[in-house]
Design a binder for this molecule. Structure first.
Ligand code: SF4
Length: 296
């Protein structure tokens, strides 16, 4: 069979489901390639993946395309035989790290988040070795709340034994670190490839973020930078968290709120705050009020 893959969002960050589908189809002896609209008649099957609902639809996909990903709605999971296969990393030659989930789901149910509806309660998903490529020590973990499950914590410990460098790119839950010093100690021992990423989506999380950062630093994690996701639903509210993080020496990353499933672009003032906060040269030299006044 001739299989075509279509990544709706962009080619900068790999689609894990497409990598797994490619690996599985190649193991069946199928030919797998990227979707080219002009070749539509030549394909036996086309898969399209989409994470973000605001990504425009590709008009040239065939009518019987198999769609997956939150951008298309809360879609069904892959069958186990595909879900737990070693991803085909050759699809994205520019991406050098291993990529996967060790847990799925979350213990919380934040009203702005699609994870609880899509993945349910937190549960163990895979051992690190399931998706560990032999040619690289860098691993990107996309777990939504890795610290909330014993299995996830064990994988972090295992990463130290295996000499891996981690990036938990969905952010760590500071509320769990703040009440468990053993977690802070563990996180200070993990080798991080980028910063230690936390999340501060609501003002109520500020004390936990502060305690977590201080505890990890106290345990020796000073050599790592911290960054923190900041959900932006209201400018003044987000600004308070951004300046609080600046004061802690933590790098804020603002994310304007988008309603799950909506194609609506966030309000201009939210986008403007995010541009100011996330452009580090501006953020470090120009205050928000100066930026508002048009100084940059
Ligand atoms: S803690 Fe994070 S992953 Fe869990 S529901 Fe809240 S936003 Fe979603």
């Amino acid at each position: 069979m001739k299989i075509a893959l279509h990544n709706s969002d962009n080619m900068r960050f790999p689609s894990l489901p497409l990598m797994k589908l490619a690996a599985w189809h190649k193991a069946q002896g199928d030919t797998v390639e990227w979707f080219i609209p002009l070749m539509n008649d030549a394909y036996n099957r086309v898969y399209s993946s989409k994470v973000f609902s605001f990504t425009p639809d590709e008009p040239n996909l065939p009518r019987d395309v198999i769609r997956g990903g939150t951008g298309y709605g809360l879609s069904a999971n892959l069958p186990d035989a595909i879900e737990h296969i070693m991803p085909d990393y050759s699809l994205y030659p520019g991406f050098k790290a291993s990529l996967g989930f060790t847990t799925r789901g979350c213990i919380r149910s934040c009203p702005w988040c699609v994870v609880p509806g899509k993945e349910g309660k937190i549960h163990a998903h895979a051992e690190l070795e399931e998706f560990l490529r032999p040619d690289c020590r860098d691993v990107v973990l996309m777990d939504n709340n890795i610290l909330a499950h014993e299995h996830g914590i064990r994988q972090l410990e295992r990463s130290i034994t295996l000499g891996l460098r981690l990036d938990c790119n969905q952010g760590l839950d500071a509320r769990l670190i703040a009440v468990d010093d053993a977690l802070a100690r563990l996180l200070s021992r993990v080798r991080w490839s980028k910063s230690i990423r936390l999340a501060c989506d609501h003002k109520s999380q500020m004390p936990a973020v502060e305690s977590s950062v201080k505890a990890i630093r106290r345990h020796g994690g000073k050599r790592y930078n911290f960054s923190c996701y900041v959900l932006v639903q209201d400018v003044e509210d987000a600004l308070e968290r951004i300046e609080f993080l600046r004061g802690l020496g933590v790098d804020p990353f603002a994310q304007p709120y988008r309603e799950p499933g909506s194609k609506k672009v966030p309000a201009q003032n939210l986008l403007r705050l995010a541009r100011w906060c996330n452009h580090k040269a501006i953020f470090k030299t120009v205050s928000w009020s100066q930026y508002q006044g048009g100084a940059a």
